[in-house]
Design a protein around this ligand. Structure first.
Ligand code: SF4
Ligand code: SF4
Length: 474
């Protein structure tokens, strides 16, 4: 579905959009409620058009994603002045400050320069994901594939949700220092699942398994969990959203920037209050499933399989790669991605990352017929999405073609600002033919979408047969 259809169609999103002013900017004194855009104007008093206002919003959303990854990369960084990564960190910081300056009132009214600035954010996104990925593998080792128990737990338990692997490492070390490794088990939730694949984390035998799915089931899962819970990055559900939070708020801990009223904050990496409360609580029960999940196909590990993958491509055993990834969100509409994964033919390989994988990671996809190559490759967290690009570049180089000549289809779920940054990073790299969904972003108007469609063939998902029927039939 093109954005124009999306805007003009009679669906719910379109009717919501009708209530919105075409122009929305509240950056200065001439803003809403009575100012720019309030009475249907398409330009602000300063001359800013609706499209440029939205492009500036897009920049700010991209920066939010960038800042999250930058923070985690910085946590893992060796601050020795001779460390080359520091130069990259400064380059990323420069893009952040320059872009914020760019969005100031009356600084820039040039469309092409808006696009160029967005591409700079995308470039910084590539750098920050590489920096974070390198930080993880330098400190925790390169992940390798691992089978993880799902929804099975015992003993005193801590359940950790979020993206911060460094925090998990420090907690496991502290439990060990206190001689409690055989008394407290640690479990992952949502985007923490890939933790099980890192050698320096899985060497802790009390890092046991995964509980639950994507971030938004945390109120159900945490409510049933007798132990303590930690949310260490974004994608926390607050009490204002769900009454179920009251069931566990006195057992909920947050870390660093994450905060919820009523929850306890882990201060200065002091995990002892969390550990002590866990010891005082009953054993967890009610989690006794035989399910298993697979994770740990970090791109550095997949690249070691490159010769086998290349042989399989050349011999026709692998006909296509699919990137089906991104942010999950409540609702049934994202079942599109499960159905798509189910319909991918046996001689096609699925590459995924982020919490959207929980839409289909319970499926046993097996191996590509005639090979030992898994048909389902989980790169890791959303910040590991750079792996798909590294794999594509390596394959293209080895096959002597461009990335655009590779048989790859891409379907991305976007939900929030990290996904926006990942999309900008892909566009910066010139990746085309991406389908995003389930809705077009609200900050993209018809002009912007038409531009992205013309330049990158970016589309919004609609119907699997319409979007991908031709390649699924190959
Ligand atoms: S920056 Fe321009 S468009 Fe925005 S509120 Fe001020 S005058 Fe209006
Ligand atoms: S992938 Fe996106 S929605 Fe999911 S937990 Fe990470 S940031 Fe949140």
């Amino acid at each position: 579905m093109g954005l124009f259809d999306f805007l003009s169609g009679g669906d719910k999103a379109s009717s919501q959009r009708d209530c919105h002013p075409k122009m929305f900017c509240y950056q200065c004194e001439m803003s809403m409620p009575e100012g720019c855009g309030a009475h249907g104007q398409e330009k602000g008093t300063c001359g800013k058009t609706a499209t440029k206002a939205r492009l500036q919003d897009l920049m700010v959303f991209g920066l939010k994603g960038l800042s999250a990854y930058r923070e985690h990369a910085r946590e893992l960084m060796d601050m020795n002045p001779n460390n080359e990564d520091l130069k990259t960190l400064i380059e990323i910081d420069d893009v952040m400050s320059e872009t914020l300056y760019f969005t100031l009132t009356n600084v820039n009214f040039n469309f092409d320069e808006h696009i160029a600035q967005l591409m700079k954010i995308g470039e910084a996104g590539v750098k920050v994901m590489d920096l974070l990925s390198g930080g993880h593998t330098n400190t925790l080792g390169v992940p390798t594939p691992v089978e993880v128990t799902q929804n099975k737990a015992e003993g005193k338990g801590i359940l950790i949700s979020g993206h911060n692997l460094d925090m998990l490492h420090k907690l496991l070390q502290r439990i060990e220092e206190r001689g409690l490794s055989d008394k407290i088990n640690v479990y992952t939730h949502s985007e923490m699942l890939p933790a099980h694949a890192y050698p320096e984390l899985r060497k802790f035998k009390n890092l046991k398994g995964n509980i639950g799915g994507a971030w938004f089931d945390q109120t159900d899962v945490f409510s049933k969990w007798n132990g303590t819970c930690v949310v260490n990055t974004n994608c926390i559900v607050p009490p204002e959203k769900s009454k179920k939070v009251a069931n566990y708020i006195d057992r909920l801990y947050t870390y660093k920037i994450v905060g919820v009223e009523g929850a306890k904050k882990i201060e200065n990496d002091n995990f002892d209050p969390l550990i002590d409360q866990t010891l005082s609580l009953p054993d967890v029960d009610g989690f006794d499933s035989d399910e298993k999940l697979v994770t740990g196909h970090h791109y550095k590990t997949i690249l070691t399989l490159a010769p086998a993958i290349l042989d399989a491509i050349k011999s026709g055993k692998i006909k296509r790669f699919w990137v089906i990834a991104g942010c999950d969100a409540p609702g049934k509409s994202r079942n599109y991605f499960r159905e798509l994964a189910e319909r991918v033919p046996q001689d096609h390989v699925i590459i995924t990352s982020s919490c959207g994988k929980f839409r289909f990671n319970d499926i046993d996809f097996g191996t590509v017929p005639g090979t030992e190559i898994p048909r389902y490759l989980d790169l890791g967290q959303c910040n590991d999405s750079n792996g798909a690009v590294h794999i594509a570049i390596a394959l293209a180089e080895a096959l002597g073609v461009t990335i655009h000549d590779l048989p790859i289809s891409i379907a991305l779920m976007w939900m929030e600002q990290k996904a926006v940054l990942i999309l900008l990073a892909l566009l910066y790299l010139g990746i085309k033919d991406i389908y995003i969904g389930v809705n077009a972003p609200q900050f993209v108007n018809e002009d912007i979408f038409n531009f992205l469609n013309e330049q990158f063939n970016l589309n919004v998902i609609s119907d699997i047969d319409k979007d991908f029927g031709a390649v699924l039939a190959q």
